[in-house]
Design a protein around this ligand. Sequence first.
Ligand SMILES: [Zn+2]
Length: 310
Amino acid sequence: MPKVREGTEEVERCPECGSRHLVRDYERGELLCEDCGLVIDDQFIDQGPEWRAFDVEQGEKRARTGAPMTYTIHDKGLSTEISWKNKDSYGKSIPTRNRAQLYRLRKWQRRIRVSNATERNLAFALSELDRMASAMGLPRNVRETAAMIYRKAVNKNLIRGRSIEGVVAASLYAACRQCGVPRTLDEVAGSSRVGRKEIGRTYRFMPRELKLKLMPTKPQDYVQRFCSELKLSGEVQNKAAEILKDASEKELTSGRGPTGVAAAAIYISSILCNERRTQREVADVAGVTEVTIRNRYKELTEKLGIEIQL
Ligand SMILES: [Zn+2]
C-alpha cells in the first residue's frame, strides 16, 4: 500500500471518498484514487509550502507548453498605455513638477486594468459554469452554489496558476456534493474542456481552503443515475437499493469508494433481474475500473449470501 505524507498524516485512504484503492501513475508521479479519480498526491507535497510549490510548477509547465497561463492580459492594446518614460508624446521631457501626477495616473491605470480583468474573468467563468451546468442538467441551486464556490476560490487566490475552466469544473463538482446531487469526476470532466485529473487536482484543496462542508457521499446517491444511463429498469434499481441497504447495515460500505460499491450492487442486480450488463459497461458508467467492481461484488455476494449465476 503506497503511503504519502500530506502534512503530518500518513494517507492510505482517499480523503474524498474513503476508498483504499489508490494507484500510482508512475509516468506522472501521481497518486490517484481509483474509485473517484481524485489526484491525492502529485509529488510536490514534500517540497515545502504546498500552494506555492504547486503554483510555480504549474505555471512553469504552462509556460513551457505555451498554453495560456491566465486571462489577465485582456485589453490587447486597445487601451492607452501611459509610458513609463517621463517624456510627453513629442518626446520632450516632462517637467519634474508634473511627474507626481503622471505616477498617480499610471497607478490608477494599473488598478483599473486589474479590476476590468477580474470582471471579465468572472463573466467568462460564469458563462462556462452555465454551459456546463445545463449540459449536465443540473438544477439552479447547484449553479448558484457553484458560482459562490468559484468566487470564494478567486478571493482565496486558488485560481492562480490554474485555468479558469479547471476551477469552474472543480467548483461545480464541489457544488454537486454540497447540494446532495453528487456527480463523479468523470461526469464533470465529460462536460468540461479540461480533463478529470486536472479537475481532481484543482478540487482537492477546495474543501479545506474554502472551508466547505461536504457530506460524504453514499453509494445510494448514484444508483438512480447509473441505472438510467445503463437503461436498466426500476426493478434493478430497487434491487440495488435493497442490496446497498443490507450492505450498509453490515458495514460493507464504509471505507470503500461509494461509486464502486454502487456499481457492484447494480452489476449484481442486473444479473438477478435478468437484465445483465457486463462489468465493463457498469464500470464505464460509474467511472471505476473493472477490478474495483470485481472486488466489491465478490465481497457483497459473499458477505450478504447472494448467489448469482455468472
Ligand atoms: Zn476517492
